[in-house]
Write a protein that binds this ligand. Structure first.
Ligand SMILES: [Mn+2]
Length: 355
């Protein structure tokens, strides 16, 4: 049996309204097909490129920086890979991770900015306002809430990860994928699909993962570094998080609450808390798991709410209604409501969605 080549999705016919948006340059493109030549021209003409992904980076944020950054570097482009936060320890094994900097240097020296895996420009962090002044902004992302803030927008909400979109772009431009970049591409897919378990795990994601493995990426090395190397502080925080679990809405909603004192007592960092919500999701019968955590700074909206929902619930709709964003299955927002009030609100929300 032969394995068919991976199909590039066909360009969909535009509605009149969408065509108008395209002319104005504000359209969010569903697929990459039409845009690739424009993006290729942009990348080839750029003399200095800054690549950035979102604060508190996950595997897709780091993987997409490395996947595209190292490919551009191999093409001889002058690039800087930047993230406001340091690379989390579990991704430090990735080739090129040490090249990701926390200082952009002179922002005026860049003619192109590439923003990766970020639903809006503010996800870049404190420097967002300054970075937005870079003349050309290429926005590559798969979040449904993406605001289309770039001068060039490549958005596909059906892509399993941003690194899938980078793989497609590199293929369509007929560029080689260096082995170092392949590690990043694989890692973005691995983490955004929850290790090939979530609903976004599809043929394309698996095919690309297989191709990256054939190039020389070691799945076991990625899995061991990401899933099997926890700090004691993380496990201590996990202990407190598990103890805080509450079930409501007839066992369909599970919440975890993390206060500042829990972080202080365990010495765990903010980034270590990001995946904890999945433990509440593992409880049989739970349709939505929620992590409510108190923010580090004395913010106006001191509580950060992260939701993980099964296919029957639209977490993104709840998040957007509270000024946040994300995917249907994974979304979040910040709020001034107390943890108890958050719980009541979520219980009402999921009931109003007919759950
Ligand atoms: Mn992503």
């Amino acid at each position: 049996m032969t394995i068919p080549l991976i199909m590039v999705p066909a360009w969909k016919k535009c509605s009149k309204k969408f065509s108008r948006k395209i002319r104005k340059g504000t359209a969010i493109m569903k697929t990459a097909v039409m845009k690739t030549p424009m993006i290729q021209t942009l990348l080839e003409k750029s003399s200095r490129i800054l690549l950035v992904s979102h604060v508190q980076p996950d595997g897709d944020a780091i993987g997409s920086l490395l996947g595209l950054g190292l490919s551009l570097h191999a093409k001889g482009k002058n690039i800087v890979m930047y993230n406001e936060d340091p690379v989390p320890a579990s991704f430090a094994f990735l080739p090129g991770a040490d090249l990701i900097v926390q200082d952009t240097g002179d922002i005026d020296s860049f003619d192109t900015l590439i923003v990766l895996d970020s639903g809006d420009a503010e996800r870049m962090g404190k420097k967002a306002a300054k970075l937005k002044k870079i003349p050309a902004i290429l926005n590559i992302d798969h979040h449904p809430s993406n605001t289309g803030f770039g001068t060039h927008n490549l958005i596909d909400t059906d892509a399993a990860s941003t690194t899938v979109m980078i793989w497609r772009l590199l293929k369509e431009m007929h560029w080689d994928i260096p082995l170092d970049a392949a590690w990043g591409i694989y890692t973005g897919i691995f983490t955004d699909t929850g290790g090939f378990r979530f609903g976004n795990t599809n043929t394309e994601a698996l095919n690309i993962a297989a191709e990256m493995t054939a190039c020389g990426v070691h799945p076991e090395t990625v899995a061991t570094n990401i899933l099997g190397s926890y700090s004691f502080s993380y496990i201590s925080l996990l202990q407190k998080a598990l103890a805080s679990i509450r079930l409501c809405a007839d066992g369909k909603l599970a919440t975890m609450t993390l206060t500042r004192s829990m972080f202080e007592e365990t010495g765990a960092s903010e980034e270590e808390a990001s995946g904890l919500v999945n433990y509440a999701r593992y409880i049989r019968g739970v349709k939505m798991a929620v992590l409510v955590r108190e923010k580090e700074e004395d913010a106006d909206l001191p509580w950060k709410v992260s939701m993980r929902a099964d296919k029957d619930i639209d977490a993104s709709a709840i998040a957007v209604a509270h000024g946040g964003g994300g995917h249907r299955a994974a979304a979040g927002f910040s709020t001034a409501l107390s943890p108890d009030a958050i719980l009541d609100m979520l219980e009402n929300q999921i009931q109003s969605q007919g759950i």
